[in-house]
Design a protein around this ligand. Structure first.
Ligand code: ZN
Ligand code: ZN
Ligand code: ZN
Length: 365
Protein backbone atom coordinates (compact mmCIF):
# COMPACT_ATOMS: atom_id res chain seq x y z
CA UNK A 1 0.00 0.00 0.00
CA UNK A 2 1.44 3.33 -0.95
CA UNK A 3 0.55 5.46 2.09
CA UNK A 4 2.33 8.55 0.82
CA UNK A 5 0.21 8.81 -2.30
CA UNK A 6 -3.08 7.87 -0.65
CA UNK A 7 -2.39 10.51 1.97
CA UNK A 8 -1.71 13.13 -0.73
CA UNK A 9 -4.94 12.19 -2.53
CA UNK A 10 -6.84 12.58 0.75
CA UNK A 11 -5.35 16.00 1.41
CA UNK A 12 -6.05 17.15 -2.16
CA UNK A 13 -9.70 16.10 -1.77
CA UNK A 14 -9.86 18.03 1.52
CA UNK A 15 -8.41 21.14 -0.13
CA UNK A 16 -10.91 20.75 -2.97
CA UNK A 17 -13.77 20.81 -0.47
CA UNK A 18 -12.22 23.64 1.53
CA UNK A 19 -12.19 25.80 -1.60
CA UNK A 20 -15.82 24.99 -2.29
CA UNK A 21 -14.96 23.08 -5.43
CA UNK A 22 -16.93 20.00 -6.43
CA UNK A 23 -14.14 18.19 -8.26
CA UNK A 24 -10.48 18.22 -9.13
CA UNK A 25 -9.44 16.81 -12.53
CA UNK A 26 -5.78 15.90 -13.01
CA UNK A 27 -4.17 14.75 -16.24
CA UNK A 28 -0.67 13.24 -16.74
CA UNK A 29 1.71 15.88 -15.35
CA UNK A 30 3.82 16.44 -12.25
CA UNK A 31 0.49 16.95 -10.42
CA UNK A 32 -0.60 13.38 -11.28
CA UNK A 33 2.83 11.98 -10.42
CA UNK A 34 2.69 13.78 -7.07
CA UNK A 35 -0.77 12.47 -6.19
CA UNK A 36 -0.57 8.92 -7.51
CA UNK A 37 3.00 8.03 -8.47
CA UNK A 38 1.57 7.36 -11.95
CA UNK A 39 3.52 9.34 -14.55
CA UNK A 40 2.55 8.36 -18.10
CA UNK A 41 3.34 10.54 -21.11
CA UNK A 42 0.66 13.15 -21.79
CA UNK A 43 -0.94 12.09 -25.08
CA UNK A 44 -4.00 12.99 -27.14
CA UNK A 45 -5.96 10.14 -25.50
CA UNK A 46 -7.05 11.58 -22.14
CA UNK A 47 -6.18 10.04 -18.78
CA UNK A 48 -8.07 11.91 -16.05
CA UNK A 49 -7.92 11.44 -12.29
CA UNK A 50 -11.21 12.68 -10.81
CA UNK A 51 -11.22 13.62 -7.12
CA UNK A 52 -14.55 14.57 -5.54
CA UNK A 53 -14.71 15.41 -1.84
CA UNK A 54 -17.63 13.10 -1.12
CA UNK A 55 -16.57 10.10 -3.23
CA UNK A 56 -13.77 7.61 -3.79
CA UNK A 57 -11.14 8.66 -6.33
CA UNK A 58 -11.65 7.45 -9.90
CA UNK A 59 -9.26 7.52 -12.84
CA UNK A 60 -10.48 7.51 -16.41
CA UNK A 61 -7.89 5.73 -18.58
CA UNK A 62 -7.63 4.65 -22.21
CA UNK A 63 -8.38 0.89 -22.41
CA UNK A 64 -4.91 0.22 -23.83
CA UNK A 65 -3.28 1.86 -20.78
CA UNK A 66 -5.49 0.18 -18.16
CA UNK A 67 -2.82 -2.39 -17.28
CA UNK A 68 -0.16 0.31 -17.03
CA UNK A 69 -2.33 2.36 -14.69
CA UNK A 70 -3.27 -0.69 -12.60
CA UNK A 71 0.42 -1.51 -12.08
CA UNK A 72 1.20 2.04 -10.85
CA UNK A 73 1.77 2.77 -7.13
CA UNK A 74 -1.89 3.43 -6.31
CA UNK A 75 -3.41 1.49 -9.22
CA UNK A 76 -4.94 -1.07 -6.87
CA UNK A 77 -6.52 1.61 -4.69
CA UNK A 78 -8.20 3.68 -7.38
CA UNK A 79 -11.30 2.75 -9.33
CA UNK A 80 -10.15 2.62 -12.97
CA UNK A 81 -12.76 3.42 -15.62
CA UNK A 82 -11.50 2.54 -19.09
CA UNK A 83 -12.70 4.11 -22.32
CA UNK A 84 -12.13 2.48 -25.72
CA UNK A 85 -10.98 4.03 -28.98
CA UNK A 86 -14.06 4.94 -30.98
CA UNK A 87 -16.02 6.06 -27.90
CA UNK A 88 -16.12 9.62 -26.56
CA UNK A 89 -13.82 9.97 -23.54
CA UNK A 90 -15.33 13.35 -22.61
CA UNK A 91 -18.78 11.80 -22.35
CA UNK A 92 -17.28 9.20 -20.00
CA UNK A 93 -15.57 11.95 -18.00
CA UNK A 94 -18.83 13.92 -17.83
CA UNK A 95 -20.63 11.01 -16.20
CA UNK A 96 -17.92 10.89 -13.51
CA UNK A 97 -18.40 14.63 -12.99
CA UNK A 98 -22.22 14.67 -13.06
CA UNK A 99 -23.68 17.24 -10.68
CA UNK A 100 -20.42 19.15 -10.21
CA UNK A 101 -20.81 22.89 -10.74
CA UNK A 102 -17.28 24.07 -9.91
CA UNK A 103 -14.35 22.04 -11.22
CA UNK A 104 -10.62 22.74 -10.93
CA UNK A 105 -8.43 21.22 -13.67
CA UNK A 106 -4.67 20.63 -13.61
CA UNK A 107 -2.77 23.63 -15.00
CA UNK A 108 -1.20 21.29 -17.55
CA UNK A 109 -4.45 19.78 -18.84
CA UNK A 110 -4.30 20.16 -22.60
CA UNK A 111 -6.68 22.71 -24.12
CA UNK A 112 -8.25 19.99 -26.32
CA UNK A 113 -9.21 18.02 -23.19
CA UNK A 114 -10.61 21.07 -21.42
CA UNK A 115 -12.60 22.02 -24.53
CA UNK A 116 -13.97 18.45 -24.63
CA UNK A 117 -15.03 18.68 -20.99
CA UNK A 118 -16.57 22.12 -21.52
CA UNK A 119 -18.59 20.78 -24.45
CA UNK A 120 -19.99 17.95 -22.34
CA UNK A 121 -20.46 20.02 -19.18
CA UNK A 122 -22.02 23.33 -20.24
CA UNK A 123 -22.56 25.75 -17.39
CA UNK A 124 -19.76 24.33 -15.22
CA UNK A 125 -17.28 26.89 -13.83
CA UNK A 126 -13.76 25.66 -14.55
CA UNK A 127 -10.67 26.99 -12.79
CA UNK A 128 -7.02 25.98 -12.47
CA UNK A 129 -5.92 23.46 -9.84
CA UNK A 130 -2.76 25.29 -8.76
CA UNK A 131 -4.51 27.07 -5.87
CA UNK A 132 -5.52 23.60 -4.59
CA UNK A 133 -2.32 21.66 -5.31
CA UNK A 134 0.32 24.39 -5.26
CA UNK A 135 0.49 24.65 -1.50
CA UNK A 136 0.40 20.88 -0.95
CA UNK A 137 3.23 20.36 -3.41
CA UNK A 138 5.27 23.29 -2.09
CA UNK A 139 5.79 21.74 1.37
CA UNK A 140 8.18 18.82 0.89
CA UNK A 141 8.30 15.76 3.14
CA UNK A 142 11.56 14.18 4.35
CA UNK A 143 11.90 11.86 1.34
CA UNK A 144 11.41 14.74 -1.06
CA UNK A 145 13.93 16.87 0.83
CA UNK A 146 16.38 13.97 0.72
CA UNK A 147 16.09 13.75 -3.06
CA UNK A 148 16.50 17.52 -3.43
CA UNK A 149 19.59 17.47 -1.17
CA UNK A 150 21.19 14.70 -3.24
CA UNK A 151 20.38 16.55 -6.46
CA UNK A 152 21.92 19.73 -5.00
CA UNK A 153 25.12 17.94 -4.00
CA UNK A 154 25.43 16.38 -7.46
CA UNK A 155 25.05 19.83 -9.04
CA UNK A 156 27.70 21.25 -6.68
CA UNK A 157 30.13 18.46 -7.61
CA UNK A 158 29.43 19.26 -11.25
CA UNK A 159 30.42 22.90 -10.75
CA UNK A 160 33.64 22.00 -8.91
CA UNK A 161 34.63 19.70 -11.76
CA UNK A 162 33.68 22.01 -14.63
CA UNK A 163 35.82 24.92 -13.38
CA UNK A 164 38.88 22.66 -13.57
CA UNK A 165 38.33 22.25 -17.33
CA UNK A 166 39.66 24.71 -19.94
CA UNK A 167 37.22 27.40 -21.17
CA UNK A 168 38.99 29.73 -23.59
CA UNK A 169 39.09 28.53 -27.18
CA UNK A 170 36.14 26.18 -26.66
CA UNK A 171 32.52 26.94 -27.54
CA UNK A 172 29.56 27.40 -25.23
CA UNK A 173 28.17 24.14 -26.64
CA UNK A 174 31.37 22.30 -25.66
CA UNK A 175 31.05 23.45 -22.05
CA UNK A 176 27.31 22.67 -22.06
CA UNK A 177 28.11 19.09 -23.11
CA UNK A 178 30.63 18.81 -20.29
CA UNK A 179 28.01 20.03 -17.82
CA UNK A 180 25.45 17.49 -19.07
CA UNK A 181 27.95 14.63 -18.80
CA UNK A 182 29.05 15.71 -15.32
CA UNK A 183 25.46 16.05 -14.07
CA UNK A 184 24.83 12.42 -15.05
CA UNK A 185 28.25 11.28 -13.85
CA UNK A 186 27.45 12.76 -10.43
CA UNK A 187 24.21 10.82 -10.06
CA UNK A 188 21.46 12.60 -11.99
CA UNK A 189 19.22 10.36 -14.09
CA UNK A 190 19.52 12.97 -16.81
CA UNK A 191 20.52 16.57 -17.45
CA UNK A 192 17.50 18.85 -17.86
CA UNK A 193 19.15 22.09 -18.96
CA UNK A 194 22.67 23.49 -19.32
CA UNK A 195 22.80 27.22 -19.98
CA UNK A 196 26.32 28.42 -20.85
CA UNK A 197 26.30 32.13 -21.72
CA UNK A 198 29.63 33.78 -22.41
CA UNK A 199 30.70 37.39 -22.91
CA UNK A 200 27.82 39.57 -24.18
CA UNK A 201 25.57 36.45 -24.43
CA UNK A 202 25.54 36.32 -20.62
CA UNK A 203 23.33 39.43 -20.61
CA UNK A 204 20.46 37.15 -21.76
CA UNK A 205 19.37 35.11 -18.71
CA UNK A 206 17.98 32.13 -20.68
CA UNK A 207 20.59 32.16 -23.46
CA UNK A 208 20.79 28.92 -25.50
CA UNK A 209 24.43 27.77 -25.61
CA UNK A 210 25.73 28.14 -29.14
CA UNK A 211 28.81 28.17 -31.30
CA UNK A 212 30.42 31.28 -29.78
CA UNK A 213 34.04 30.65 -28.85
CA UNK A 214 34.85 31.61 -25.25
CA UNK A 215 37.52 34.33 -24.99
CA UNK A 216 39.84 35.69 -22.30
CA UNK A 217 38.11 38.28 -20.06
CA UNK A 218 34.67 36.77 -20.74
CA UNK A 219 32.28 36.35 -17.87
CA UNK A 220 30.50 32.99 -18.27
CA UNK A 221 27.13 32.31 -16.64
CA UNK A 222 26.46 28.59 -16.16
CA UNK A 223 22.92 27.67 -15.07
CA UNK A 224 22.34 23.93 -15.00
CA UNK A 225 20.36 21.15 -13.44
CA UNK A 226 19.09 17.63 -13.80
CA UNK A 227 16.64 15.14 -12.42
CA UNK A 228 17.44 12.77 -9.57
CA UNK A 229 14.79 10.43 -8.11
CA UNK A 230 12.15 12.58 -9.81
CA UNK A 231 13.38 15.83 -8.23
CA UNK A 232 15.32 18.63 -9.90
CA UNK A 233 18.53 20.50 -9.23
CA UNK A 234 19.08 24.08 -10.43
CA UNK A 235 22.18 26.13 -9.66
CA UNK A 236 23.98 29.03 -11.31
CA UNK A 237 27.53 30.25 -11.00
CA UNK A 238 29.28 33.01 -12.94
CA UNK A 239 33.01 32.63 -13.60
CA UNK A 240 35.53 34.79 -15.46
CA UNK A 241 38.10 33.60 -17.98
CA UNK A 242 41.67 34.69 -17.04
CA UNK A 243 40.52 38.03 -15.54
CA UNK A 244 37.30 40.00 -15.04
CA UNK A 245 36.03 42.36 -17.74
CA UNK A 246 35.84 46.07 -16.94
CA UNK A 247 33.35 47.10 -14.22
CA UNK A 248 32.63 43.45 -13.47
CA UNK A 249 33.91 43.11 -9.92
CA UNK A 250 31.68 45.76 -8.34
CA UNK A 251 28.60 44.25 -10.01
CA UNK A 252 29.64 40.74 -8.96
CA UNK A 253 30.04 41.91 -5.36
CA UNK A 254 26.50 43.33 -5.45
CA UNK A 255 24.99 40.06 -6.73
CA UNK A 256 27.02 38.05 -4.24
CA UNK A 257 25.86 40.22 -1.34
CA UNK A 258 22.25 40.29 -2.58
CA UNK A 259 22.16 36.51 -2.81
CA UNK A 260 23.62 36.02 0.66
CA UNK A 261 21.31 38.58 2.27
CA UNK A 262 18.24 37.18 0.52
CA UNK A 263 19.09 33.64 1.71
CA UNK A 264 19.61 34.95 5.26
CA UNK A 265 16.11 36.47 5.12
CA UNK A 266 14.52 33.03 4.64
CA UNK A 267 12.69 31.71 7.71
CA UNK A 268 9.21 30.42 8.53
CA UNK A 269 6.63 33.19 8.70
CA UNK A 270 8.32 35.46 6.16
CA UNK A 271 6.43 36.24 2.96
CA UNK A 272 7.95 35.07 -0.33
CA UNK A 273 8.04 38.67 -1.62
CA UNK A 274 10.33 39.65 1.27
CA UNK A 275 13.08 37.46 -0.21
CA UNK A 276 12.80 39.36 -3.48
CA UNK A 277 12.86 42.71 -1.68
CA UNK A 278 15.98 41.75 0.28
CA UNK A 279 17.92 40.98 -2.91
CA UNK A 280 16.54 43.94 -4.85
CA UNK A 281 17.39 46.48 -2.13
CA UNK A 282 21.07 45.65 -2.39
CA UNK A 283 21.20 45.63 -6.19
CA UNK A 284 19.26 48.93 -6.29
CA UNK A 285 21.74 50.49 -3.87
CA UNK A 286 24.64 49.39 -6.08
CA UNK A 287 22.99 51.26 -8.97
CA UNK A 288 21.96 48.20 -11.00
CA UNK A 289 18.26 47.99 -10.07
CA UNK A 290 17.10 48.42 -13.67
CA UNK A 291 19.42 45.62 -14.78
CA UNK A 292 18.01 43.00 -12.38
CA UNK A 293 15.37 41.95 -14.89
CA UNK A 294 13.72 38.90 -13.29
CA UNK A 295 12.21 37.73 -10.00
CA UNK A 296 14.57 36.50 -7.30
CA UNK A 297 13.43 32.88 -7.27
CA UNK A 298 10.96 30.07 -7.84
CA UNK A 299 9.79 26.98 -6.01
CA UNK A 300 11.35 23.71 -7.15
CA UNK A 301 10.53 20.04 -6.72
CA UNK A 302 9.03 17.71 -9.32
CA UNK A 303 9.00 20.79 -11.56
CA UNK A 304 11.75 23.28 -12.20
CA UNK A 305 9.42 26.24 -11.67
CA UNK A 306 6.54 25.82 -9.23
CA UNK A 307 4.99 27.88 -6.42
CA UNK A 308 5.92 29.82 -4.40
CA UNK A 309 7.63 32.59 -6.37
CA UNK A 310 10.08 35.03 -4.81
CA UNK A 311 8.57 38.08 -6.44
CA UNK A 312 6.79 41.28 -5.42
CA UNK A 313 3.14 40.36 -4.87
CA UNK A 314 3.67 36.71 -3.82
CA UNK A 315 2.49 36.80 -0.22
CA UNK A 316 2.92 33.05 0.40
CA UNK A 317 3.99 32.65 4.03
CA UNK A 318 7.10 30.49 4.12
CA UNK A 319 6.78 27.18 5.98
CA UNK A 320 9.30 24.52 6.94
CA UNK A 321 9.76 22.14 4.01
CA UNK A 322 9.33 24.71 1.24
CA UNK A 323 12.17 24.66 -1.30
CA UNK A 324 13.01 27.36 -3.81
CA UNK A 325 15.79 29.13 -5.66
CA UNK A 326 17.43 32.42 -4.68
CA UNK A 327 19.01 33.76 -7.87
CA UNK A 328 19.53 37.50 -8.23
CA UNK A 329 21.38 38.75 -11.30
CA UNK A 330 22.64 41.81 -13.17
CA UNK A 331 22.59 41.93 -16.98
CA UNK A 332 24.42 44.62 -18.97
CA UNK A 333 23.49 44.39 -22.63
CA UNK A 334 26.41 43.96 -25.01
CA UNK A 335 28.84 43.46 -22.12
CA UNK A 336 28.25 40.76 -19.53
CA UNK A 337 25.80 39.12 -17.17
CA UNK A 338 26.04 37.81 -13.63
CA UNK A 339 23.79 35.40 -11.70
CA UNK A 340 24.31 33.36 -8.56
CA UNK A 341 21.67 30.75 -7.77
CA UNK A 342 21.22 28.27 -4.95
CA UNK A 343 18.29 26.12 -3.90
CA UNK A 344 17.33 26.54 -0.26
CA UNK A 345 14.93 24.75 2.08
CA UNK A 346 12.97 26.47 4.85
CA UNK A 347 13.72 24.76 8.18
CA UNK A 348 11.93 24.92 11.56
CA UNK A 349 13.84 28.07 12.51
CA UNK A 350 15.67 29.31 9.42
CA UNK A 351 17.14 28.07 6.19
CA UNK A 352 19.27 25.26 4.78
CA UNK A 353 21.27 25.75 1.60
CA UNK A 354 20.96 22.74 -0.71
CA UNK A 355 23.78 24.14 -2.87
CA UNK A 356 27.09 24.82 -1.21
CA UNK A 357 29.68 25.23 -3.94
CA UNK A 358 31.72 28.41 -3.51
CA UNK A 359 30.12 31.74 -4.41
CA UNK A 360 33.49 33.53 -4.40
CA UNK A 361 34.42 34.58 -7.93
CA UNK A 362 36.21 31.70 -9.70
CA UNK A 363 38.78 32.46 -12.39
CA UNK A 364 39.03 29.78 -15.09
CA UNK A 365 41.49 29.42 -17.96
ZN1 ZN B 1 15.62 30.73 -15.34
ZN1 ZN C 1 18.74 28.12 -12.83
ZN1 ZN D 1 16.21 28.73 -11.20
Amino acid sequence: VNRVHLDRIGRAAQQTAARELDALVVSPSPDLAYLTGYDPMPLPRPTLLVLRPDRDPVMLVPELERALAAASPVGQHLELVAWRDGSDPYEAAASLLAGAARIAVADRLWARHLLGLQRELPGVAFSTASPVLGHLRSVKDEDELGALRRAGRAADDTFRQVVALPFQGRTEEDVAHDLADLLVGNGHARAEFTIVASGPNAASPHHEPGSRTILPRDAVVMDFGGELSGYLSDTTRTVVVTEPPEDFEQAYAAVHEAQGTAVDTVRPGTEAQEIDRAARTIIDAAGYGERFIHRTGHGIGLELHEPPYMVEGDRTVLEPGMTFSVEPGIYLEGRFGIRIEDIVAVTADGVERLNRSTRELQVVV
